[in-house]
Design a protein. Structure first.
Length: 182
């Protein structure tokens, strides 16, 4: 029994550290500090409609080539993601959407992300295509679709008040209906 305790302890520690590293990676700003305020202020000019989401899906799977690294399901495990460090973003992770504004995503797609394999798509995609793409990427978290706007009009479950986590209309704490945390 004792001979299994140490290996089990190593696995538990390694797993918890990798989860913590992923969370820290997700929280690190990807927009250069001198551009961050400008990027956070950007807002999508597009309405969240089925047509916009379908256009974003078309860009994701086609012209943008996003599916290659981010995967069919937006989990960051596309065939091009093998051996990438850091790994491509997992758009299914709700924590990602809490830590990033739509403006930051727009900036990264348009200009690339220094220190990662994410290249700039500003010369490939129009601003409208980038915004449609962002609307589509929200669908991977299962919390964004027509009529689903976040607190104070942001997209999906991103941010509420400054520094807060926000919540979807009609949802309580951690996305539970009737959470009673109002």
């Amino acid at each position: 029994m004792k001979k299994y305790v140490f290996p089990l302890l190593v696995i538990v520690i390694a797993t918890s550290n990798s989860a913590g590293a992923a969370e820290r990676h997700m929280m690190q700003p990807v927009v250069p500090a001198d551009k961050l305020v400008e990027a956070k202020a950007l807002k999508s000019p597009l309405s969240n409609t089925p047509e916009v989401i379908e256009k974003g899906k078309s860009v994701y799977n086609g012209k943008g080539g996003c599916v290659t690294c981010h995967g069919v399901d937006g989990d960051g495990k596309g065939p091009g993601a093998v051996n990438m460090n850091p790994s491509p973003r997992n758009f299914q992770h709700h924590g990602f959407w809490r830590h990033r504004t739509e403006g930051e995503l727009f900036w990264v797609i348009k200009h690339g992300s220094p220190g990662t394999a994410m290249i700039a798509f500003g010369s490939v995609l129009s601003d409208e295509e980038i915004w449609a793409l962002i609307h589509y990427e929200h669908t991977f978290a299962g919390r964004h679709g027509p009529g689903m706007r976040g607190h104070r009009g942001e997209m999906g479950p991103m941010r509420g008040s400054e520094g807060g986590m926000g919540r979807m209309e009609g949802m309580g704490h951690r996305g539970r209906r009737g959470g009673g945390d109002e």
